[in-house]
Design a protein around this ligand. Sequence first.
Ligand code: URA
Ligand code: URA
Length: 223
Amino acid sequence: MSPRSDDVRRYLRQNQELFGDELFLNLKSPNVLTSENQNTDLSSFEDEICDCQKCSLGSTRSEFVFGVGDPDASLLLVGEAPGAEEDKKGEPFVGRAGKLLDKILAAIDRSRKKDVYICNVMKCRPPNNRDPLRSEVEQCEPYLLHQIRLINPSLIVALGRVAGQTLLDVDKSLKSLRNTFHDYHGTPLMVTYHPAALLRNNDLKRPTWEDFKVIKEFLEKKN
Ligand code: URA
Ligand code: URA
């Protein structure tokens, strides 16, 4: 017997009250969010989703790349998708771009272990580093949303055009997305250059540093 539509509506409304506008239907045991169990919540969420086969990247990845860092971080950095080295190691931003990102974080007195969490929109590597498909993003983005709810950062920084466009669901240039505080489901979001872009073009280092000064000031004011 199929459930009556009133029952379905009531169920959905309860879910919405509990979890907000993004319904998260595949959680086996939704966790109640409290700050002292953020760490275990985040790692049990990782355990729940790390065998994901919702899109075809599940069968081509080596490692699922959930994210790394402080589960209680005020700053969340979001890249596009794992590359070859990340796919091998299961950790985001471990290649050349990641090394540069570590230097940028050190310059604002942070690190991937200290008040920063780093992840990607996509948890699995698209073959040959192609852009993720819209269908793949649609399957994967609810994971990011749930991570954000668990971490509850003060600021999200999207690294690069693809991450910015994807999170904000707009087709604008990176230039036009910079220098603004956007809103991502209630959390302020900034877009800056991808560290890989800085490796290709030295001229982008200066504006990126300007962005990170703004990030630092914003977070200092929050504390
Ligand atoms: N580029 C990204 O966007 N993410 C990574 O994890 C590595 C490189
Ligand atoms: N294109 C990107 O993907 N990232 C940048 O930072 C700049 C251009």
